[in-house]
Design a binder for this molecule. Structure first.
Ligand code: GAR
Length: 202
């Protein structure tokens, strides 16, 4: 059984897609052992609580400096001891040590077709604003492994989504979530969980 920790900062619709995927069996062999948010007001925490999933807030604001926050965050991860860490709208720069410790075991969902509209400063609605400003006709989402760079790790899945006449950033964001993010993030977790199960047998 793949034990995952989901890191969140906001609404948690991707977290919900993972919860629903596990419930309906499209994500197999997987258990969410914890949800961590940097933001105490994140609705994602409520979603976790509603499902009886242990939910924690580790906020940079509660610590004197970044280093202390990083240590507290790493401590919480160590306690939960996940096989895989899923960044589902987690808008925090990861401690470098975390990437070393969990190399190849952290995945992220990004709301564009990498390498377009990604890297520093491209997160949430800003990604869709930039896509509309550039006038692209197709956008989408990417699930990738996390390395030291911003959105530079190995790509696992991508899915394209059409941009339509009259789209606002909010409308486009919702379409990208529905048609791409909520599909490929659960699919990536299922694939990783099933490949681990295969390894356990051999
Ligand atoms: C999602 O669109 C996710 O792709 C994006 O934040 C949103 C979180 O929504 N992540 C990034 O921009 C990371 N660079 P959610 O809290 O409803 O899942």
């Amino acid at each position: 059984m793949l034990s995952i920790v989901v890191c969140v900062s906001g609404g948690g619709t991707n977290l919900q897609a993972i919860i629903d995927g596990i419930k309906k069996g499209s994500i197999r062999n997987t258990k969410i052992t914890g949800v961590i948010s940097n933001n105490p007001g994140a609705y994602a925490l409520k979603r976790a609580e509603n499902e009886g999933i242990p939910a924690f807030c580790v906020s940079p604001k509660s610590y004197g400096c970044r280093e202390e926050f990083n240590e507290a965050f790493l401590e919480k991860l160590k306690e939960l001891n996940p096989d895989l860490i899923v960044l589902a709208g987690f808008l925090v720069i990861l401690p470098e040590k975390m990437i070393t410790i969990y190399r190849g075991r952290i995945i992220n969902i990004h709301p564009s077709l990498i390498p377009s509209f990604c890297g520093t400063g491209y997160y949430g609605l800003k990604v869709h604003e930039a896509a509309l400003a550039r006038g692209v006709k197709v956008t989408g989402a990417t699930v990738h492994f996390v390395d030291e760079g911003t959105d530079t790790g190995e790509i696992i899945f991508q899915k394209a989504v059409e941009v339509l006449e009259g789209d606002t950033p909010e409308v486009l964001q919702r379409r990208v979530m529905e048609q791409a993010e909520w599909v490929i993030l659960p699919k990536a977790i299922d694939e990783i969980a099933m490949s681990e199960q295969g390894e356990e047998k051999t």
